[in-house]
Ligand binder design. Structure first.
Ligand code: TYD
Length: 132
């Protein structure tokens, strides 16, 4: 189920610190981490689903909205805290929009990059969640 995982936050007057570990905060083993940055105003990233990949999405800096749709419906998450990780299970259509200036989106995923795991066609996605 799509959910916000609140990560540990070590508050310190020298600056705060948060972290995640595969075996603890994250419900899958991380095989890959990538990040999206320098997004021009008004651009959209994502706009696809994965057949088997799970991932967490964090607004490390700045803010953006994650539009998600899965078997149980659709929702919009506004991410703007670096200690909140949005968990997206397999079979979730997601698109990232409304990036603030200097936003950095960190994604940790359960699989290495594999184009054949993508569902990039929305109608195909609807049929995947209906029958898959
Ligand atoms: P894509 O996942 O389509 O970006 P978005 O999240 O906006 O939908 O990836 C864009 C391009 O980057 C695509 O040609 C594949 C490449 N790519 C990699 O090579 N490795 C990766 O880990 C990722 C996420 C993308």
């Amino acid at each position: 189920m799509v959910k916000i995982i609140q990560l540990p936050k070590i508050i310190d007057r020298r600056g705060n610190l948060s972290f995640f570990e595969s075996a603890n905060q994250i419900p899958f083993e991380i095989k890959r981490t990538y990040w999206i940055y320098d997004v021009p105003g008004g651009e959209t990233r994502g706009g696809h689903a994965y057949k088997s990949l799970q991932e967490i999405v964090i607004a490390l800096s700045g803010s953006f909205d994650v539009h998600v749709e899965g078997r149980t419906g659709s929702e919009i998450f506004s991410l703007n805290r670096s200690y909140n990780a949005l968990y997206l299970p397999a079979g979730t259509w997601r698109s990232l929009q409304n990036f603030s200036t200097n936003a950095v989106c960190l994604v940790s995923a359960s699989e290495v990059y594999d184009e054949s795991d993508y569902i990039r066609d929305y109608d195909q996605f609807k049929s995947f969640i209906a029958h898959g």
